[in-house]
Ligand binder design. Structure first.
Ligand code: PFF
Length: 458
């Protein structure tokens, strides 16, 4: 990387945490988590998800922070600097590519939130039946033009913030939005649990049926943990490259994880009691949030205002995540391929536009075209969340424990000995053995290889 590239830094301590929370908290928590949980056995999924967060998420996050802050580089540049002349930079490219592909479907769902803002504001979400919401969502999402219009608008908004710079755009947006989002989630959660028949929803969310746990549930929960925490793909390496030397990496990882998990669980509390109360099946899939919540708003005084505020916040939460995804790719193109930052951003936005149009159409007019039985939208989701991110996380752990001298990352994580390394041994055990082995086994199991070996050695 050329040394003269000016790198920004986050301005304040709270700004660091909020911007990173902004990157982690997004549609993954409020849109993807409930529908994944709903389609994968309810509370059993939640249990496996929490285990993945604790045992894989936190160690991988601390590791990525240490790599990013140590090198002050983008995802690919970081590995180039720490392991020059090896194949490790491929791990960075995996991250950059994953960010790009995620943006391809994430922007589509982000676009949907804009449509719902307008509908909420014009009162079109009021006075409708449960079936109306489902039919209208189906009609909207399969329409060849309308969702694409919103998606393009969303990509344009992301693009503008990216070229205005990291510090002001991301930090400021996150500072205002995050606390507001927490507040509205709590209000909607309370409304949802006080609806008739809400108890069944709470049981579905919190009372595990262990017989539901199988290899696909475990893979889905692991993928969701990686997706939600934005780990395994260099996003947090890129963000940590903007941290300053005083940032406490362990504390930041813990704060981000706790807040991210809180938002996901609150989204569950908001969705499932309401879904059960209105007779919406929890396995509805990607439309779950969009068909459940309007019913909740319909049962609130000045419902249109609540729905308007909610969708605005959801769009903003999505925006702080699309910014972070875009930043991973833009920082790479700018710093490694030596394009100006502006040109790099244009290149990324143009590529994402093509992917996003295809993803949006793949739900409607192009739904016949599938890849391994999945439409383009679902294929991008599957490939990134269930393969590229966990795989990236596994390799990051192997990288730090096998390739990097211990003193380097211990120094980074302890800010050169000025703060304590809590649970050093546990961390070491997790990154050296537990995380890579667990992720590897989950992959093998999903591929059916463990079952096969069991049969061979019977
Ligand atoms: N974690 C974000 C969410 O839950 O919506 C999605 C995401 C953002 C994934 C950034 C990966 C990433 F690099």
């Amino acid at each position: 990387m050329s040394k003269n590239v000016q790198r920004a830094k986050f301005g304040s301590k709270i700004g660091v945490v909020l911007a990173t929370v902004g990157c982690a908290v997004g549609l993954g928590n409020i849109w993807r988590f409930p529908y994944m949980l709903g389609s994968n056995g309810g509370a059993a999924f939640l249990l496996v998800y929490i285990l993945c967060i604790l045992f894989l998420g936190i160690p991988v996050m601390i590791t990525e922070f240490s790599i990013g802050r140590h090198t002050h580089k983008n995802a690919a540049g970081a590995f180039k600097e720490m392991a020059p002349g090896t194949l490790w930079p491929l791990l960075g490219y995996n991250g950059v590519l994953a960010a790009f592909l995620i943006l391809g479907f994430y922007s589509v769902v982000s676009g949907w939130t804009l449509e719902y803002i307008v509908q909420a504001f014009t009162g079109s979400l009021q006075g409708k039946s449960v079936t109306d919401f489902a039919t209208e969502f189906e009609q909207f999402s399969t329409n060849p033009y309308r969702p694409i219009f919103w998606t393009l608008l969303f990509i344009a908004m992301t693009h503008i913030i990216i070229i205005c710079g990291v510090e002001k755009g991301i930090e400021r947006a996150s500072k205002v939005m995050m606390p507001l989002l927490f507040f509205i989630l709590i209000v909607l959660g309370i409304r949802s649990v006080t609806l008739d028949g809400a108890l069944d929803g709470l049981k579905f969310l919190f009372k595990p049926d262990f017989s539901k746990i199988n290899s696909s549930v475990v893979l889905s929960a692991m993928g969701q943990a990686f997706f939600s925490l934005s780990i395994g793909m260099g996003c947090l390496i890129t963000y940590a490259s903007y941290f300053n030397k005083e940032t406490n990496l362990q504390k930041t990882a813990l704060q981000v994880t706790v807040l991210d998990t809180f938002v996901a669980v609150m989204a569950g509390v908001m969705i499932f009691p309401a879904a059960f109360s209105f007779g919406i099946t929890p396995t509805a899939g990607p439309e779950l949030v969009f068909i459940t919540l309007p019913n909740v708003f319909g049962h609130m005084p000045v419902g249109w205002l609540w729905s308007f505020i909610f969708f605005v916040l959801l769009a903003l939460a999505a925006l702080t995540s699309t910014i972070s995804l875009h930043e991973v790719a833009t920082a790479y193109v700018h710093e490694e391929l030596h394009f100006s930052r502006k040109k790099a951003a244009w290149l990324v936005s143009a590529g994402v536009t093509v992917l996003a149009i295809l993803s949006s159409l793949s739900i409607g007019v192009l739904r016949e075209y599938t890849i391994f039985g999945l439409n383009f939208f679902d294929a991008l989701d599957f490939l990134t969340a269930k393969i590229m991110m966990p795989f990236g996380g596994m390799l990051v752990c192997i990288f730090i424990s096998q390739r990097v001298e211990r003193s380097v990352w211990v120094d980074e994580i302890t800010n050169y000995g000025t703060i304590r390394f809590y649970f050093l041994r546990t961390y070491l055990f997790f990154v050296k053995y537990l995380a890579p082995i667990a992720i590897g086994l989950i992959f093998l199991n999903e591929l059916g290889l463990i079952e096969l070996l069991g049969k061979v050695f019977k």
